[in-house]
Design a protein around this ligand. Structure first.
Ligand code: 8YV
Length: 326
């Protein structure tokens, strides 16, 4: 299949060291502008390259693959979430898709914890005051937040990242863990975490913090909508490091304005990098620019994992992380 040097396209810049190693695998074409590629450019890449390595900023809907006789055999996604790719349409065009599970678990769980702390302790507001030279000095009632230790954390989606967060929150902060997930934790893990599986509505009614760790798909779109906010406690905080469209952001703005919940910590948005109207103006929401996996160690590991999938394809070995079996 690959008698000639394989052509590999990176749609964004990768960590330098990994780019250098990728260049040893074949003819490497890198989008050196490091800006999201337009649909025409993505289509051209699928036609001309054996492997295309996209990221979350490459929107690859059904239409991108229609009437396409691609040279591409693999989309080696740099990232674990692949909701930006219509994997069925890719498969129908004969293209396999891989992701990078496992290597960004701790980094993302750390960021969920960061957001939980920031939202609970109002650190965004505090930092803005200091930077704007608006801090008038210490006072007994200045910027009082809520303690996190010992509180109840509701985790929606108990996969790798949800479980890592549960461990950190349980053993680092003594939080009580409740969760909602399609599959239950095994007995041993549930015991170590003292975690209790609950229906979604009970979780929303009980949790002091709700953190989202489920994949984005049709079933989870707007899982957290106005009905969910009605169930949540007025002092609760919503944390999202998963995907923006799991939350109805219009309903979130409304819930925050009406005091249905106390705060939110967001790292992801439905139409990144655009924000839903009203979010930016709300002081009680922490806004981060999709940086869950943004550590040197993790981005390096993600690049390596994607590279190993490319190597497997080129050597005609089974792929490490296929997201669908062809
Ligand atoms: C990645 C992520 O940085 O892997 C994921 O699913 O959300 C991020 O942490 C991004 O997807 C890169 O493509």
């Amino acid at each position: 299949m690959f008698e000639q040097r394989a052509k590999i396209v990176l749609t964004r810049r990768w960590p330098q060291q990994i780019e250098r190693r990728m260049a040893q695998l074949g003819e490497l074409v890198v989008n050196t502008t490091d800006t999201p590629m337009r649909p025409e450019a993505l289509r051209a890449a699928l036609l001309e390259a054996d492997v295309v390595c996209p990221t979350v900023t490459d929107f690859m809907p059904r239409e991108l693959f229609s009437d396409l006789q691609p040279r591409a055999k693999l989309l080696a996604n740099f990232g674990v979430g692949f909701n930006h790719i219509d994997i069925k349409a890719a498969a129908a065009a004969g293209i396999q898709v891989t992701n990078t599970p496992g290597v960004l678990t701790d980094a993302t769980a750390e960021l969920a914890l960061t957001l939980m702390m920031m939202s609970a302790r109002r650190t965004g507001m505090g930092e803005r005051q200091v930077r704007r030279d608006q801090w008038l000095g210490w006072s007994p009632t200045h910027l009082l937040g809520t303690q996190v230790s010992g509180k109840k954390l509701g985790i929606i989606g108990m996969g790798r990242i949800g479980t890592a967060l549960a461990h950190k929150a349980r053993h680092g902060l003594g939080m009580q863990i409740i969760y909602n997930s399609p599959s239950s934790l095994d007995e041993d893990a549930a015991r170590r975490l003292s975690a209790q599986a609950l229906p979604l509505s009970s979780l929303l009614e009980q949790a002091d913090f709700v953190s989202l760790h489920c994949p984005a798909k049709a079933e989870t779109r707007h899982l957290i909508d106005h009905k969910a906010f009605e169930k949540m406690r007025p002092h609760a905080h919503l944390i999202n490091t998963a995907r923006g469209d799991i939350v109805d952001e219009v309903a979130l703005v409304q819930a925050l304005k009406q005091g249905q919940i106390a705060g939110a910590g967001l790292d992801v948005y439905a139409a990144e990098p655009q924000l839903t109207a009203g979010l930016m103006e709300l002081e009680q929401v922490v806004l981060l620019p999709h940086m869950g996996s943004a550590t040197v160690e993790t981005r390096h590991a993600m690049g390596l994992r994607a590279m190993e999938n490319v190597q497997a394809l080129l050597a005609q070995r089974p792929l490490l992380d296929p997201v669908v079996k062809l």
